[in-house]
Design a protein around this ligand. Sequence first.
Ligand SMILES: Nc1ncnc2c1ncn2[C@@H]1O[C@H](COP(=O)(O)OP(=O)(O)OP(=O)(O)O)[C@@H](O)[C@H]1O
Length: 488
Amino acid sequence: MPPLQRSESRSFQDIDFTLKKQFDKDKFRPYQREIIQAALDGNDVFVQAATSFGKSLCFQLPAVIDRGITIVVSPLLSLMMNQVEALRAANVDAHTLNGNTTPEEREYIYRDLATGHPRARLLYVTPELCAGKFFRERLELVDEQKELARIAIDEAHCISEWGHDFRKDFKRLSWFRESFPDVPIMCLTATANAQVRQDVLSTLGLDKTPERLKTFTTTAHRPNLHLEVRFTSDQADDRYDDFVSWLKGVYARRGAGDRRAEIDARHERVESVPGIIYTIRREECEMLAHALQHHGIGARPFHAKLPKEAKEATLAKWIANKPGYDIIVATTAFGMGIDKDNVRFVVHWRLPKSFEGYYQEAGRAGRDGNASLCFLYYSREDMATARLRLERDVPKPKDEEGIKNKKARLESFDRLVAYCEDTGSCRHATICKYFGEEKVPECDYTCDWHKDPAGLKRRMAQGLASEEYIGTQMAQGMFDGVGSEYGD
Ligand SMILES: Nc1ncnc2c1ncn2[C@@H]1O[C@H](COP(=O)(O)OP(=O)(O)OP(=O)(O)O)[C@@H](O)[C@H]1O
């Protein structure tokens, strides 16, 4: 039989059948079918959709159906591991090449690629790897055999210096289109504004063939997330008491009457209310987790300096809803790519660095579609500290890219501050507007403004330190020394 040409994909296979057989799902979510079909038809595809939309399936299902291997570029190790594990459990031949790959696995993958007809359906790689000569040569071999099915770029906003997570190695992904002009590319992101979108398309060279490009942008709106800002100040120092009394209230409601009976019938624990608290400093992450444990709350710290085994054990027990592991207290970026569906709350203990980062992290909540609470403690002291830190992070950008990225980061941060200090609009509407949406989303009393606009105004007036006070403190250099131990 003559070899298939690239245009002759196996897309005639029934995608509904594959959805059920390989992914054990009954039906597509809105737009998934259209996106998958566009990919199978050989188009370049740009997908922007809310967190938990189900973007991964949009490249995984075509990868199973199509001839050849799909290369998935992702910046997140946890996401790669998580997805590869899930795919293997579903009998899909998937692998990952990253810093944690064992030498044996690495050798196996390179041998597989060297055949030109790899058995693997999906290979998850880092953008750094894609820049390497050895890997590129292997892909060229595969492409010569017309076995390079597709390049999927996850978290594609990292390509743009206008994006909050810009990574230089992502820019070099332009190599794919230059080297394999007829291999389709799919980009996926949850957080991109119009400028970032345009930048991604032009960097990758996808804008040169608009007739090949299908763009799907769905709303960023997550109607099941209850969004709230809680105002505080250094003087009040009331985050801890506020959080504990809120959580104990949740436990008390779950432990009473009919709710209790339902919980018992499901053999659940009253305290099994999975959540994430995002902190900024490692020291605070540790202290907070220990204080909560001391109060009988199942909280565990999670940050980069903990031993790998401890982190893996914590994560596994949290995912499995084990007693003592109800809440992860983490430094930023925890949870990206970790697919736990029943996270009932996400708390931002301190102001995050960017608008996108905030919404990505909040988006870890309620992936099962059930109501979940996301609240952020906002103080003007934090705001002043964080802004100074951002200014200092990139003191003197050396090139055009650096200047653009610094500008974008400061702008994103300022928009987040404006969001926190806004007492006159729906939180969901502000978020959707930030991501360039014109249509105002339905908010069924799922934000603090819709619930009680007058109360929101009052709480802000009472809760925050005054702007004059912050101004004086800044002038005296009070916020200058903070921030040496930030990061994950
Ligand atoms: N058609 C479907 N039916 C049922 N579940 C689905 C369907 N599509 C995806 N899912 C599930 O939805 C969850 C979220 O999917 P996925 O991890 O791909 O989200 P995402 O869009 O990448 O979100 P994020 O940007 O937050 O990482 C996963 O558990 C996935 O198995």
